[in-house]
Design a protein around this ligand. Structure first.
Ligand code: SF4
Length: 358
């Protein structure tokens, strides 16, 4: 699939844009001043596969905490700043690997200039994070109110200003909680800038609805080749965002090392406990996928779990490893060839063992 080629920036050694894989990021929801709790959550996020972590910096103590947090983690740390350029300066001083600011809300261009100069001196990138609430009044008036075009224009204006201030290492985000507005804004941006884009659906909500909305919104962008780093915003434990981000990336073929599971919905022909079997295989391949990604594998595996001998063998034979269930037993396929028959009770273990060998 074609991806739009952007400039590459490095965030604490992790490349974003310029053909690098779409990087998965998240944000802690602990009190940043509580170093132990924040480090604990960052380590859990990193363990789950998060490649860049952001922390909120609401005050001087939070900015200062970055120094202690950084000593205990290896994943790059981004400081999220609102309203105060002094906090941005303090976070840079404390060792943040990137600063996320909304240039429209930190008190004018002179303050932005100070932050940009400090980021440049520290050799770190800045993310211009614009949201619909901060779009300048004249842009709202010019575009007839809140719109995708006003949002994109606001980000592009700031990009131009910050580049003129001498900083090229930028990332842009324009997040909207509206999937259509989000897509339109990104289409405008990606046509007009080669700055890497941080994508996501902001404030997606909770539960299944949030997952589906995020998948549709982020998936639509990725399918157009847009997006260099992604955050899935879910209310709750941020570790869940990582599994969701991986699923979305894997679904559009952009998760190197992924293991895709195909399983049929079952119908009246199925004589096996396919739901149980598929769940067992899913849990196993989740671990396998994490290990493959950690090992730097780039190839993608497909594992099929099918319920009968009608459509099952065809799908199973197309997968790297597949199984087509009968009554009490299942036929095992590997790379298109039938390699044996196993008892239904042993089927999940057999599929996983074959997948691991690949
Ligand atoms: S593979 Fe077989 S059991 Fe599964 S949905 Fe298709 S026909 Fe039904």
């Amino acid at each position: 699939m074609h991806r739009r080629l952007t400039r590459q920036v490095s965030i604490g050694g992790v490349t974003v844009g310029g053909g690098a894989p779409v990087r998965i990021q998240s944000m802690t929801n602990t009190d940043t001043r509580d170093v132990a709790a924040t480090v604990g959550q960052i380590l859990a996020l990193a363990e789950a596969g998060c490649q860049i972590v952001r922390v909120a910096v609401p005050d001087e103590a939070a900015a200062a905490a970055i120094r202690g947090i950084k000593k205990q983690i290896s994943v790059p740390l981004v400081a999220d700043i609102h309203f105060s350029h002094r906090l941005a300066l303090a976070a840079i001083d404390a060792g943040a690997d990137k600063i996320r600011i909304n240039p429209g809300n930190i008190g004018g261009e002179e303050n932005v200039r100070e932050v940009v100069a400090a980021a440049k001196a520290a050799g770190i990138p800045v993310r211009i994070g614009v949201n619909s609430g901060s779009v300048e009044k004249e842009l709202l008036a010019a575009h007839g109110g809140r719109s995708a075009a006003a949002l994109a224009e606001s980000a592009l204006r700031w990009e131009e200003k910050i580049r003129a201030m001498g900083l090229e290492d930028l990332v842009i985000s324009v997040k909207s909680s509206d999937v259509v507005e989000n897509l339109e804004a990104h289409r405008i941006l990606s046509a007009r800038t080669d700055t890497p884009l941080h994508i996501g659906i902001t404030e997606a909500g909770v539960g299944e609805a949030a997952l589906v909305k995020s998948a549709v919104g982020i998936g639509a962008l990725l399918l157009e080749g847009i997006g260099d780093t992604v955050r899935v915003s879910l209310t709750g434990d941020p570790v869940a965002e990582i599994a969701a981000a991986k699923q979305i990336l894997a679904s559009v073929g952009q998760l190197p090392g992924a293991v895709n599971l195909i399983s049929c919905p079952t119908c009246g022909r199925c004589q096996a406990n396919l739901a149980g079997l598929a769940e067992e295989v899913r849990a196993g391949i989740e671990k396998l996928e994490s290990a493959r990604i950690a090992a730097g594998r780039k190839d993608v595996l497909t594992v099929a779990v099918m319920g009968c001998a009608v459509n099952g063998p065809g799908e199973a034979a197309h997968a790297d490893v597949g199984i087509a269930c009968g009554k009490g037993q299942a036929v095992l396929f590997k790379k298109g060839a039938q390699v044996g028959t196993v008892r239904e009770a042993d089927a999940a273990a057999a599929v996983l063992s074959e997948a691991e060998k690949l």
